[in-house]
Design a binder for this molecule. Structure first.
Ligand code: PEP
Ligand code: MN
Length: 337
């Protein structure tokens, strides 16, 4: 931790700050310049609240030098985490595609789309059975019936399943049907849910919260990791900004930043990030170029009548064309799809 003292700080104030730091158990190094004095505190615990120092008289600013997350950090684990699900790996040189409808709607729909997913070479079928909708009057998902259909469609075409879990009480039920638990953006800081998922033995994909800092997102991953589940996948799905022409703002820069700070795989979701079909393909291409370990993409054969997120769903034909383009981009950066 670095403490910059105010240029008007008195000798007593500086000594008081040093006394506090030592009282908290830190080793203090003082560097007195012509204009200002800077203190370096060594031995700061990840959970130390730096506001305890910021509030002291004579302190201009305080910076943390080490990240507050540990198990999620690249310094804790140098090599990329590669997650193995029934022999299929996420986080290696191969780009993982997680594709399917926003919601499972009926048997015909999910089987039709699972066929498209399999034909495209993707290995993971997505589909929501419990939907976090902004309105309580919107379609909330088919529940267990949706899980059964999703599993059956995936099994028919040799695919793995990812589906969202919204509450602790759904974990046991969803566990029976899914291969990967998805934690939605709105639940990124549902710490009790994260802790319970940390006790399971299935991978968890953690979406970035609507207005979450990258650090907060990694701290949420830390909740899952610290309970013992090492198979955490991160998913950038856009964040809320002042822009109105897109549903969210796709933070592509988060991909290289997370790769530098963490060993966990990062999936990009251009569907929820942009919210409009015509923007999904360009941003999917950009995400692969930026180094994403995979993509989550929503497709639908009849988007106009989709029960959720129709406007952002790609038509199967458009999606197939995108896959061909993504292969070229992946190859250009030494990866494959
Ligand atoms: C979804 O994947 O359908 C979804 C609801 O995503 P998010 O949590 O990113 O909004
Ligand atoms: Mn959706």
């Amino acid at each position: 931790m670095v403490i910059i003292l105010d240029n008007k700080a008195t000798e007593e104030q500086v000594e008081n700050v040093v006394k506090h730091l030592e009282g908290y158990g830190f080793q203090v190094h003082k560097s007195a310049g012509v204009q200002r004095t800077v203190l370096g505190a060594i031995g700061v615990k990840p959970d130390f609240d730096i506001r305890k120092i910021k509030i002291l008289e004579g302190v201009a600013d305080v910076y943390r030098v080490t990240a507050p997350f540990k198990l999620a950090s690249r310094s804790f684990k140098e090599d990329n985490t590669v997650i193995n699900i029934k022999g299929y790996e996420i986080g290696n040189n191969h780009i993982t595609m997680m594709v399917g409808p926003c919601s499972v709607e009926n048997e015909e729909q999910i089987f039709k789309l699972a066929k498209v997913v399999a034909e495209s070479g993707a290995k993971i079928l997505r589909g929501g059975a419990f939907k976090p909708r902004s309105s309580p009057y919107s379609f909330q998902g088919l529940g267990e019936e949706g899980l059964k259909l999703l599993r059956a469609a995936a099994d028919e075409y040799g695919l793995l399943v990812i589906t969202e879990v919204m509450q602790i009480k759904q974990i046991d039920l969803i566990y029976k049907y899914t291969d990967i638990f998805q934690v939605g953006a709105r639940n990124m800081q549902n710490f009790p849910l994260l802790k319970e998922l940390g006790k399971t033995d299935k991978p968890v994909m953690l979406k970035r919260g609507l207005s979450a800092l990258i650090e907060e997102w990694l701290m949420s991953a830390e909740y899952i990791l610290s309970e013992g589940n090492k198979d955490v996948i991160l998913c950038e799905r856009g964040i809320r900004t002042f822009e109105k022409y897109t549903r969210n703002t796709f933070d592509l820069s988060a991909i290289p930043v997370v790769h530098k700070k963490s060993h966990l795989p990062v999936i990009a979701d251009p569907s929820h990030a942009t919210g409009l079909r015509d923007q999904v393909a360009p941003m999917a291409r950009a995400a692969v170029a930026a180094g994403a370990d995979g993509l989550m993409i929503e497709i639908h054969h009849d988007p106009e009548n989709a029960l959720s997120d129709g406007p952002q769903a790609m038509l199967p034909g458009e999606y197939m064309k995108l896959v061909d383009e993504l292969k070229v981009i992946a190859n250009a950066i030494g990866r494959h799809l």
